[in-house]
Write a protein that binds this ligand. Structure first.
Ligand SMILES: [Zn+2]
Ligand SMILES: [Zn+2]
Length: 281
C-alpha cells in the first residue's frame, strides 16, 4: 500500500515527477529550509529540507497511482487535501511511525508552505480591515453583512488588478471586539489608546485560523468566533515573534476557541494551527 516509500530517486517515475514540478519543488525546499533553520539545529536542516522534498515527490507518485488521479500544481490547498488522503489509508499510522514520521512532517511542511504563499496577499486585506473608518472609501474587499451562522460557505476570492483576495466582513470584526470588551484578549491589562474612528479602545482584529488558510475549508472562517482582539504589540507578536512565543499564544487561544470551531464545523487541530503559522514542531 505504501510502496511509494521505496521508489528510488534514480527511477524514471521519480525523475519525471521531479522534473514536472521542478520550480515549485525548489521553492518548497527553500521554504522548508527556512522553517527548519528557524526551528534550530541548523547543521541538520539542509539535509532535512532535501528529505522533505524527496518525501513530497514520493507522496505525489503514491497519490497518483493509488487514487488514479493527477496533481496539477503543488501550490494550492486542493493538492494538500488530495495528498492528505494518503493519511486516511488503513495502516498509515503504523507506516508513518516506522518511517520516523517523515511523511506526516512533509505534509505539515506543505500546509505551512501553501498558507505562506497566500499570506502575503491576505495580510494586506487584514490591514485594510483594521484601518476602516467612516471615511474609508468603499473597498471591494470589505463587506458589511451578518454571517455568524453555521455552515456559511466561503466567499469567492475577488480580484483587484489581477490579484485575488478573500473579502472580509467588517461586522464580524466589530462583533469580536465587542465580545472581548475592547481589551487585548491575550492580557487585558495591556495598555492601548482611544481610536479616533470609533472613540473606543484600539484593539486589532486577527483571524486565529488565518484567512491565508481559507482555501482549506469549504465553510467561511471569517466569523467573529475565529477573530481575536489584540493590542498592537500582541498583534505583531502573533505574526512575527519566535516560534516559542507564537506557540504560547496559539495554544492559549486555541483552547479558548476550540469548541466554537467544533460548533461551526471547522476541523482544526492545534498542530495544524502551528503549521499555518510556520511552526514545524
Ligand atoms: Zn493579524
Ligand atoms: Zn496585548
Amino acid at each position: 500500500m505504501f510502496e511509494f516509500h521505496n521508489i528510488s530517486t534514480k527511477s524514471n517515475e521519480y525523475i519525471d515527477t521531479k522534473e514536472k514540478y521542478k520550480q515549485e519543488l525548489e521553492k518548497f525546499k527553500d521554504y522548508a529550509q527556512y522553517l527548519t533553520d528557524k526551528a534550530g539545529k541548523a547543521n541538520k536542516s539542509s539535509q532535512k529540507a532535501s528529505s522533505y522534498m524527496r518525501s513530497l515527490v514520493r507522496l505525489i507518485i503514491g497519490y497518483e497511482v493509488k487514487f488514479k488521479d493527477s496533481i496539477s500544481t503543488l501550490n494550492n490547498f486542493d493538492t494538500y487535501k488530495k495528498l492528505m488522503k494518503i493519511t486516511e489509508i488503513e495502516g498509515f499510522k503504523e507506516f508513518n511511525g516506522n518511517t520516523n514520521h517523515f511523511y506526516s512532517a512533509t505534509l505539515g511542511c506543505l500546509l505551512s508552505y501553501i498558507t505562506y504563499l497566500n499570506s502575503e496577499n491576505e495580510e494586506k486585506v487584514d490591514i485594510e480591515l483594521n484601518s476602516q473608518n467612516q471615511y474609508s472609501g468603499k473597498s471591494k474587499l470589505i463587506s458589511f453583512e451578518d454571517t455568524d451562522l453555521k455552515n456559511v460557505k466561503r466567499k469567492e476570492k475577488r480580484s483587484i488588478q489581477n490579484t485575488y483576495f478573500y473579502p472580509r466582513n467588517y461586522h464580524e470584526s466589530v462583533k469580536a471586539k465587542k465580545k472581548s470588551g475592547w481589551v487585548c484578549e491575550f492580557d487585558n491589562s495591556h495598555k492601548t489608546f482611544i481610536n479616533e474612528s470609533d472613540k473606543m479602545p484600539h484593539v486589532e482584529a486577527h483571524h486565529l485560523i488565518p484567512m491565508a488558510a481559507q482555501g482549506l475549508y469549504e465553510n467561511s472562517i471569517d466569523f467573529s468566533g475565529n477573530i481575536i482582539s489584540l493590542c498592537p504589540t500582541c498583534h505583531r507578536r502573533i505574526h512575527h515573534s519566535i516560534d516559542e512565543d507564537k506557540k504560547q499564544m496559539l495554544k492559549y487561544f486555541y483552547e479558548k476557541r476550540r469548541n466554537i470551531y467544533k460548533s461551526m464545523d471547522i476541523d482544526i487541530s492545534l498542530k495544524e494551527l502551528y503549521k499555518m503559522y510556520g511552526i514545524l514542531k
